[in-house]
Design a protein around this ligand. Structure first.
Ligand SMILES: Cc1cc2nc3c(=O)[nH]c(=O)nc-3n(C[C@H](O)[C@H](O)[C@H](O)COP(=O)(O)O)c2cc1C
Length: 184
């Protein structure tokens, strides 16, 4: 049932991934799910770059290099993690958003639609037993130096994916009642 799947969905991080590769056919399915997200004025703003193999490693090196270059007091541990995490992932999908050229709807609606596409991917991964999470480091502002981004296209983060074995930490939420006002 969709409700159970929604509650089961968790952020699963690279430290928890194993070496089992992610099949291209599974990634295609996940991307197809993304493509069915709702979209105001049918702008379909979500754009993805799928990084596998060497491309993942290049991303890690780029992020680590940018971190060392831009941070006032860079930490070696963090620089290393930026290289190691992409290596641990079975695949990384860069989450990008293409602004409508006519700017017919506000920017936030395009980000919202892209986030809904990511939720579709995340739920699909949950059902397929693939661990994943959305990573949004400050370094994403430099991604135009790594990808060829179109005019009006920005990178909103990375969707890390990997098969995993162990238990995932439980999560909690503050009660929904605290976030809702009923008006009758
Ligand atoms: C837009 C967005 C950006 C996120 N960025 C990060 C991130 O940069 N680093 C991180 O550890 N988790 C990130 N997360 C994942 C959250 O940490 C995770 O969803 C949260 O801890 C709740 O856990 P759950 O998803 O398992 O319920 C992000 C989630 C969203 C929706």
């Amino acid at each position: 049932m969709i409700f159970d799947l929604i509650k089961k969905r968790r952020a699963v991080f690279p430290a928890q991934y194993n070496d089992k590769p992610i099949e291209k056919i599974d990634i295609e399915k996940i991307l197809e799910a993304a493509n069915w997200a709702p979209t105001h004025k049918k702008t379909e703003p979500w754009r993805f770059k799928v990084l596998m193999g060497e491309a993942k490693e290049k991303l890690g090196l780029f992020l680590s290099y940018k971190y060392m270059e831009t941070e006032a007091k860079p930490k070696q541990m963090k620089a290393k993690k930026l290289i190691e995490n992409p290596k641990k992932a079975g695949a990384i999908i860069a989450i990008c958003m293409q602004r409508d050229s006519q700017e017919r709807i506000p920017d936030w609606e395009e980000v919202a639609a892209t986030a809904m596409a990511v939720q579709n991917m995340w739920l699909c991964c949950t059902e397929m037993g693939i661990g994943c999470y959305w990573s949004s480091p400050g370094l994403i502002k430099y991604m135009d130096q790594f990808f060829e981004l179109n005019d009006g296209e920005i990178c909103l983060g990375f969707f890390y994916m990997g098969h995993y074995g162990g238990e995932i930490d439980e999560q909690t939420r503050m009660p929904i009642g605290e976030k809702v006002v009923w008006m009758e």
